[in-house]
Design a protein around this ligand. Sequence first.
Ligand code: NAG
Ligand code: NAG
Ligand code: NAG
Ligand code: NAG
Ligand code: NAG
Length: 793
Amino acid sequence: MVDYYKYRVYPFNVEQFSMALAVKNLPVFLLVLLLPLLAFCDEKQVYIVYLGEHSGVKTFTEIEENHYSYLFSVKKTVEDAKSSLIYSYKSSINGFAALLTPDEASKLSEIEEVVSVLRSHPTKYSLQTTRSWEFAGLQEGSKGFQLKENLLMKSSYGKNIIVGMLDSGVWPESKSFSDEGMGPYPSSWKGICQSGDAFNSSNCNKKIIGARYYIKGYEAYYGSLNRTLDYRSPRDKDGHGSHTASTVGGRRVHNVSALGGFARGTASGGAPLVRLAIYKVCWAIPGQGKENGNTCMTEDMLAAMDDAIADGVDVLSISIVTRDPVPYNEDGIAIGALHAIKKNIVVACSAGNLGPAPATLSNVAPWIITVGASSIDRIFLAPVVLGNGMKIEGQSVTPYKLEKKMYPLVYAAQIVNPDVSKDISGQCLPGSLSPKAAKGKIVLCLRGNGTREGKGWEVKRAGGIGFILGNSKANGAEIVASAHFLPAAAVNYEYALKILDYINSTKTPMAYIAPATTELDSKPAPFMAVFTSRGPSRISPHILKPDITAPGLNILAAWSEASSPTKLNQDHRVVKYNILSGTSMSCPHIGATSALLKAIHPSWSSAAIRSALMTSAELINNLGKPITDASGKPADPFQYGSGHFKPMKAADPGLVYDASYTDYLLFLCSIGVKNLDSSFKCPIKSPSPSNLNYPSLAIPKLNGTITVVRSVTNVGSSKSVYFVKVKSPSGFSVMVSPSILFFKHVGEKKRFTVTIKASSVNTGMEKDKYAFGWYTWFDGIHNVRSPIAVSVA
Ligand SMILES: *[C@@H]1O[C@H](CO)[C@@H](O)[C@H](O)[C@H]1NC(C)=O
Ligand SMILES: *[C@@H]1O[C@H](CO)[C@@H](O)[C@H](O)[C@H]1NC(C)=O
Ligand SMILES: *[C@@H]1O[C@H](CO)[C@@H](O)[C@H](O)[C@H]1NC(C)=O
Ligand SMILES: *[C@@H]1O[C@H](CO)[C@@H](O)[C@H](O)[C@H]1NC(C)=O
Ligand SMILES: *[C@@H]1O[C@H](CO)[C@@H](O)[C@H](O)[C@H]1NC(C)=O
């Protein structure tokens, strides 16, 4: 039995700093969450009773009766048992969610058939384009784009593929979701279009082919939905769900831009003809601003995934992360995804926005594609001119402009109210600035606590005329664009220091912020976003995670017209497109690419699709140098996994590392999780977890030597010869045997071993410090690369 605080989608407008802080100060944070719980300790709350697989053929009625029988065994009356059931998971997942007392839950967890009992929790699971697809070489007109050979054409733009989105719903009127010219959807589709507030079957079409909402778990915890906060229907009042759905499958819409005309261009999802199935599982949190994110309850998500599997989706894209790492048998997304994988559905999930601290990843199950976030080559240049003539590179997407002249400049800490504590005085937190002192000035604020948008609002509230947002050291060069309420520019850490120096150097500091313009081909790109969560995986360090990185910084996509670009209460602006950042934005890039790959290779397993994405990923930026982090230091596989996605190459990977549903169950046996699928019996001697046929390799705490087994399947040309190339992690030797693989036909599998040995020189190597390398199979056309991460015991 487990406490379950996990599910919150983190919005990336909340500073990663305060996130990192929340993690560090976990006891405090937990306390806050626990308060409402302690209050009702003896009262009922929602638990999920997970029973694994359905055994034999049973009707839905029989399944439900079976679920009730568990409840009858712990409840005093039949009525009580009946009224306590919240969901009965009947399609693929076997289990139910019910209101139970801790005592009843504990009795149920002792029943043999019960795999696990998890307590649901309102986790502050806050939910956490144009250029990104061109940047990935996947849009007509982009560099390296060849119509004949291209992935979009070969995949018919994904028209026969259905992608399920678990998120905050959809704004169906967005042009991105038009079905103009689209043919009938695949006859395999069994989903529905569920009516509710401001949403009925007319809102579904040949693009949005299904829409449902899941709110029972939410309402069991928060009480009935406040319908001024959210729609009790699949309609999106937040924006996040419309953004992710249009990133996956938005139509090509010409001449769209964010507020103020930024990022103008043709907006398109990665798979513009793919069909979308909307599963709304995330809702506004009562009493909290939407900028703090949404909440998504485990039992609601499981119900959505159970339906999505039965409805017939091909891909699931889930930009939702768990709060703390939990074992797989207690992780709702991992359990739902395992059932999806059994039906060969590809599941892509966000890695989380808790970077740059190490070991902050979510969604690390090896049957999930875990997606990190990086930049694209587009910036929004808004130069800041200082009184001494110095011109500083700033970025902005605010629609407001200053009249061209110099304005007095101040550092926020110089104009705060007397009660503001010194360590946060430069951060423009709500209510901190003195209106008398701020009036008519450009105010420099630093990142740290609070939201970026909130800082801009504070300057405006205090009567400031312009706003410069300076990065803290940890933010480095990563600029996250926001649609502020006043003329604004965001600057990197180095420039923030320069501006501070200038302010110190003169009695009358002055500045001007020039209007912003959208600039393409900025270099270097990609670089890793500061916020992207990092490996190693705390749950299974034997699997290298994340798997891959994709664009997640300043991404333009569709928005809800019932929301505002900043989601702040004070903001009443309505936009059709908005710029957002987070691994929530990178995950749908991989969801879309998986859909295209599935269209081209319908027989491939989800492991094969992931392998193709990973082994073809790139390590080089647009300067021809290794991909860096936001501070310019080389990034490593705990940030980008196998590298930056390269959709065109992924369609023809040469070789794939395949894995079946059974392989994942064997992996679970090897780490002591014996019963996620109750129909499967673990062998007496479990394989080593390192032997899961994964396209990357992580060896934690190596003591001497290890040999792992891998197998590759030829999906390239019938007769081919592959040679191995190795870059050993420093302090280790790596030997691949055999070093040449001969293939005679397509579909042929070859086994090989990788032996890693700690060399005697690295006895001084720090414990838990990882070294990185790779091995690559190449045949003159394909480079099939696998990263290696290894640490010593
Ligand atoms: C859906 O709602 C719209 C607007 O209220 C209405 O015009 C339309 O007739 C409804 N469609 C159906 C199928 O109920
Ligand atoms: C619903 O939310 C609105 C907006 O936050 C608030 O003003 C109102 O009091 C809430 N209603 C209830 C019943 O809580
Ligand atoms: C794009 O839209 C803008 C403003 O909405 C308009 O001024 C401009 O003429 C449009 N450009 C094209 C090529 O349609
Ligand atoms: C955030 O606020 C807390 C509490 O005032 C403070 O201790 C901490 O240093 C601040 N963090 C940053 C990054 O400024
Ligand atoms: C600016 O001056 C203040 C006070 O004299 C000092 O504490 C601060 O470190 C200086 N800042 C910079 C960036 O030089």
